[in-house]
Design a protein around this ligand. Structure first.
Ligand SMILES: [Zn+2]
Length: 217
């Protein structure tokens, strides 16, 4: 956990004071649970009990001062922690599952379309053999085989088209669920179809008012 304090908007704790630097100080919870206050090279300095410090362990009950006038209680600053790293890590599975489901829908539909399109042609072959075998001189069988010859491709195209029309609907349902699940854990903004690894490289939510930290720093 690490909280940056300063005048700039990209801090976790934004201070509106002309004597405070853009990135003034940082409070980090170290491994043993202690709170380390560090000055980030500020112009007017960071103070604990009126003593200027560069690095000092503080308690939640301590009061710190940034520059001449800005006084803050450490416990107050701690409330602005925006660590959402655990919730963000869980989104990795959400993204992977979405991609897998999408590929599965597309490939299984392509297989069905091919089956539907080729079945009537297989039927056509059977009819052709039957007519050839029994139908010598029989006008009824000849007419029937002619009709099947004309109809089979039409039926094949129809069945194939009907199956391919199912894809957008299934994909739409999948996309709708994804839009609800693949969101910033703090502000709920949909993260788009951006791979989880790419989002992790951003480290923080791009929504400026959110300030959620996706990766622990
Ligand atoms: Zn957010």
């Amino acid at each position: 956990m690490s909280i940056r304090i300063g005048k700039a908007d990209d801090n976790d704790y934004v201070v509106d004071d002309p004597h405070v630097s853009r990135h003034h100080a940082r409070i980090t919870r170290v491994e043993d649970g202690g709170l380390l206050l560090e000055d980030l090279g500020s112009t007017n300095g960071t103070f604990v009990n009126d003593v200027q410090i560069m690095r000092k362990y503080v308690l939640p009950t301590d009061r710190i001062r940034l520059g001449d006038t800005c006084s803050l209680l450490v416990s107050e600053v701690l409330k602005s922690d925006n660590d959402y790293s655990e919730e963000f890590a869980a989104l990795r599975d959400v993204y992977d599952d979405y991609v897998k489901a999408k590929v599965k829908i597309q490939s299984s539909n392509q297989f069905k379309i091919r089956i539907f399109q080729s079945l009537p042609f297989a039927l056509l072959g059977v009819v052709g053999v039957v007519v050839g075998f029994f139908g010598k001189g029989n006008p009824v069988l000849f007419a029937a085989s002619l009709i099947v010859t004309v109809c089979a491709p039409t039926i094949g195209i129809y069945l194939g088209a009907k199956q391919s029309a199912k894809i957008p609907r299934q994909l739409q349902e999948l996309a709708n669920r994804f839009k609800i699940d693949y969101v910033c854990p703090k502000c709920g903004t949909f993260l788009g179809e951006i791979p989880w690894e790419s989002l992790r490289n951003r480290k923080r939510c791009p929504v400026s008012s959110c300030k959620a930290k996706w990766v622990r720093e």
